[in-house]
Each structure stands twice: as structure tokens, then as C-alpha cells.
Ligand binder design. Structure first.
Ligand code: PGA
Length: 250
């Protein structure tokens, strides 16, 4: 994995206040070591912090992303909602869509598809989350589920070069459990070949997410076909986040 460009995406979920912006100092300093452009760091804080993260990271090579959006592509009477146009306006270049924590709240594949289309129109790059539950895995349905989520989530989307797939098995998110290497490799390869054949797109980017930490990165980094990591809990601690990046390249 060491000789290619790797994405490290920090998903802060519903954590952080204005003071947390200061924790970026360490990461900014560290990112200056990225001389050969080996990695890309992307921070996805909650909506309330997007603007301050964007200003703080303005002159760095670290980018900012949002964690979700409303599916209506422009302004409208949707109390409490934020659309991708507004996210773009406060400096987001990326957006996480289809996270299992949102699917759990009733977000359907149809809704996810609408959100992806809108966000693409508003020139955001998509981190499109897919993954099976433990029940589906036990019943050997993983590939079927992944294929279905991809087909419905990316329905009628012609150009998928700005869509990154984040493979996040639901059972591994926040649990400390990660799939074993051969399983993970098998699923990553399945996703890549499925995208290649269905979308005629030669170089899909597939990230892994679910309990990535400074310890298990030692095994995960050896799985060559992974293009990066979506990191939740461990990304809120700058030291752990930096450690994960450093260890990937050892
Ligand atoms: P985790 O979260 O690293 O805390 O498991 C990953 C995610 O939800 O994207």
C-alpha cells in the first residue's frame, strides 16, 4: 500500500465544539510532512463546525467534507435541513452519503441516490457508504447486499469518477471488530469489479471504514486494494489520527 495515494477521512459524527478547531494544529503541522503527496486528509465535522474548519484549513492541503445533506438540491421550506449547495458555500468539497447510522434512521437507497445526484451537481465529491449487517453476513448475503446498494445508490449516475465507495460493514462500526484480511480483500475486490463492469469505470476508489485504529492499521495497510480509510472514533484524537497515517507508510 505504501506506494500509492491514500485517503484518510475523519468522520467526527456528532462530536466537537468550537474549541475542537484547535486540535487541528497538530494535524496541520503533520500534513506538511506530506512532501511526496502520498496521502490526502479530509475532515468531516458536524455542520456547525464546517465553516470554522474550512477557515482553519484554508491554506493547507487538508480538505473539508460534510456528513450528510438534505436531498432537495436548492433552497426550500425544509426546517432544520441543509442542502449540498449550502455545504459547498461553507467550504465543503466532500460529503459522506449513505452512512449506516443514517440508513438506520430510515434513509433509503432511493433517498441516497437523490442526495448523491444533487451533491454531484453541486460539485461535491461523494464518499458513498455501503456495508452489510452481521445478520446478512452470517447468511452469506454480503455481495448481494453490496451490489444492491451500489446499483440503487448510483442509479442513473453516468459519471462516477467523483464517487468514492466506503465499504463499512455495519457490524464493525464503533465495535472494535474488523473483518479478517482475506474477507476484506474479497469484498473490496468484489466492489471494484462490480463497479468496473456495471459502470464501465476503470479505476474505482474503495475505502475501508469500521473501527480503524493505530493498532489494526498495521494489518489493514497491507491490503493493497484499499485506497484509504474512513475513520470515526479514532479521528477525533489528533494523535491517533496522525499515528494511523504514519503507520500506513511504515
Ligand atoms: P468508527 O466509525 O471508526 O468509530 O468505527 C467509522 C464510521 O462510522 O465511519
Amino acid at each position: 500500500m505504501t506506494n500509492k495515494y491514500i485517503y484518510f477521512i475523519a468522520n467526527w459524527k456528532m462530536y466537537g465544539d468550537l474549541k475542537s478547531v484547535n486540535t487541528l494544529d497538530k494535524v496541520i503541522k503533520f500534513s506538511k510532512s506530506n512532501k511526496n503527496n502520498k496521502f490526502k486528509l479530509i475532515y468531516c465535522p458536524p455542520y456547525t463546525l464546517l465553516s470554522s474548519f474550512s477557515s482553519k484549513l484554508k491554506k493547507t492541503n487538508i480538505e473539508v467534507g460534510a456528513q450528510n445533506c438534505h436531498e432537495h438540491e436548492t433552497y426550500g421550506p425544509f426546517t432544520g435541513s441543509v442542502n449540498s449547495k449550502m455545504l459547498r458555500d461553507v467550504g465543503a468539497n466532500f460529503i459522506i452519503i449513505g452512512h449506516s447510522e443514517n440508513r438506520d434512521q430510515g434513509e433509503t437507497n432511493l433517498l441516497i441516490n437523490k442526495k448523491i445526484k444533487d451533491a454531484l451537481k453541486n460539485k461535491l465529491k461523494i464518499i458513498f457508504c455501503i456495508g452489510e449487517t452481521l445478520y446478512e453476513r452470517k447468511n452469506k448475503k454480503t455481495h448481494k447486499i453490496l451490489a444492491n446498494q451500489i446499483l440503487l445508490g448510483l442509479k442513473n449516475i453516468k459519471k462516477i469518477s467523483n464517487v468514492f465507495i466506503a465499504y463499512e460493514p455495519v457490524w464493525s462500526i464503533g465495535t472494535g471488530l474488523v473483518p479478517d484480511s482475506s474477507d476484506l480483500l474479497n469484498n473490496i475486490n468484489f466492489i471494484k469489479s462490480f463497479i468496473r463492469s456495471r459502470f464501465k469505470y476503470k479505476s474505482p476508489k474503495v475505502l475501508y471504514g469500521g473501527s480503524v485504529n493505530p493498532k489494526n492499521i498495521n494489518d489493514l495497510k497491507d491490503i493493497n486494494d484499499i485506497d484509504g480509510f474512513l475513520i470515526g472514533g479514532a479521528s477525533q484524537d489528533s494523535k491517533k489520527f496522525i499515528d494511523i497515517v504514519k503507520k500506513t507508510f511504515i
